[in-house]
Write a protein that binds this ligand. Structure first.
Ligand code: DQA
Length: 143
């Protein structure tokens, strides 16, 4: 079965209680289960990970690059300023899909800039947990 990494950045471990009016009421564990189940239906083995640590997230991207593994990435706040994360994304060899629960373009101005988008195969934002489902479906159609 093809592997896919579903990588998540800072504060996403707080889903369920974090600003539910913006991010919804689903917990991170529930989101992870949804991703694993959806991936399985599509023939992928999803590894869902979350970290609040930029270095750890970059390390996972290096792993994906070395393994030619596609990545679905919600970089969270790193989206907007982490050039180190962007540089790690530039090393990926398989598709990269950027996802967001909310629509950053409909929010504060500092969220309008993504340093990752220019390297992504595509971006899906604004559909809550469904953004991840759509990203997995998009990946299945790519590969
Ligand atoms: C987010 C949007 C980012 O602006 C924010 O910093 C997050 C979550 C989203 O999924 O909507 O942490 O990536």
């Amino acid at each position: 079965m093809h592997e896919v990494y579903v990588l998540n950045g800072p504060n996403l471990n707080r889903l369920g209680t974090r600003e539910p009016e913006i991010y919804g009421s689903m917990t991170f564990a529930q989101l992870a289960d949804l991703c694993v189940a959806t991936a399985r239906e599509l023939g992928f083995l999803a590894q869902v990970r979350q970290t609040n640590d930029e270095a750890e997230l970059i390390g996972w991207l290096h792993e994906a690059a070395d393994g030619n593994i596609p990545v679905i990435l919600n970089p969270a706040a790193f989206t907007h300023y982490s050039y180190a994360l962007r540089d790690a994304c530039a090393m990926l060899t398989a598709p990269l899909i950027e996802v967001h629960l909310s629509n950053p373009l409909a929010r504060e101005e500092f969220r309008h800039m993504s340093v990752v988008s220019g390297l992504a195969t595509g971006t899906i934002a604004g559909f809550g947990a469904t953004s991840y489902v759509l990203a997995l479906e998009a990946l299945a159609r790519q590969t």
